[in-house]
Design a protein around this ligand. Structure first.
Ligand SMILES: Nc1nc2c(ncn2[C@@H]2O[C@H](COP(=O)(O)OP(=O)(O)OP(=O)(O)O)[C@@H](O)[C@H]2O)c(=O)[nH]1
Ligand SMILES: [Mg+2]
Length: 248
């Protein structure tokens, strides 16, 4: 997180991590599509000709809070801006160094797993790679806000819902089912992660007091500004297993 009091600006970094072809870039495209035009910046992608991420993708999102919402001093007309930079890593094994670079400074991670049974080993290897990179960056996996998405629920060879339930119950992270291609589960994953990140930052930096955003108020306000019609609490609560984003 970067906090710039003078500019009344907070910047958060979210990283979408996972094995090659699990759908990280597809999540990003769906997020871009589902959000208000005036809140999102240009989606930056750098692909090879066959659509594989070469370095990273980045989607900047800006939530502008009015002076009343951000409880600004009476003489201020500026309110507060929260910038959320969403990055994806390149999943292909050869890009190990790039993944570590992109992970640096992350406030939260969405791990995008591929639901196809054939991808089980690749999911596991990528999760180990994430843990190893976090460790090298001096961050314990437990300390990092993390949600898991099982993407490609539409495919016939996807793991069954019962299998996902069982997997989710074993871990503490919220798990979301998704079909990023159609956008299903994409907002759930994003807001589930944003909720975890914001709750942690609120506790660590007393954000509520220092920038005047009431505890618990940021994520619903952000969702409204981003033009999300659904009830964000319901989106966040759509996780299966795990402790649940709302409960932590
Ligand atoms: N059927 C189906 N295909 C999907 C879904 N999400 C992504 N795909 C496809 O999976 C392929 C890989 O998607 P990407 O989003 O490029 O994957 P990635 O995780 O960014 O891959 P890397 O950049 O190599 O790490 C593309 O052909 C997508 O259209 C989904 O929910 N269902
Ligand atoms: Mg990609």
């Amino acid at each position: 997180m970067q906090l710039n009091f003078a500019a009344r600006e907070v910047t958060l970094k979210l990283v979408y991590y996972g094995p090659a072809l699990s759908g990280k870039t597809t999540n990003m495209h769906a997020l871009h599509r589902l959000m208000n035009e005036d809140c999102r910046g240009r989606l930056m992608t750098l692909d090879t000709r066959d659509d594989r991420t070469l370095f990273f993708d980045m989607l900047p999102i800006v939530v502008r809070l009015d002076p009343t919402e951000a409880d600004a001093p009476p003489d201020s007309s500026s309110g507060m801006s929260v910038r959320v930079k969403v990055f994806t890593v390149p999943g292909q094994v050869v890009h190990a160094a790039t993944r570590k670079l992109v992970l640096q400074g992350a406030d939260g991670v969405a791990f995008i797993a591929d639901s196809q049974t054939s991808e089980t080993a690749n999911n596991a290897a990528s999760f180990l790679d994430l843990r190893a990179n976090l460790k090298e960056l001096g961050i314990s996996t437990r300390a990092m806000p993390l949600v898991i998405q099982f993407n490609k629920r539409d495919l016939p060879n996807a793991r069954s819902a019962a299998e996902l339930d069982a997997l989710a119950k074993r871990g503490r992270e919220p798990v979301y089912a998704a079909t990023a291609l159609t956008g299903q589960g994409v907002l759930e994953t994003f807001f589930g992660l944003l909720q975890l990140v914001w709750t942690k930052l609120e506790a660590e930096h007393q954000l509520a007091r220092s920038i005047g955003i009431a505890p618990g108020a940021f994520v619903p306000t952000a969702a409204r500004k981003l033009g999300i019609a659904s009830d964000v609490r319901q989106l966040i609560a759509a996780n299966i297993g795990g402790a649940g984003a709302g409960a932590r």
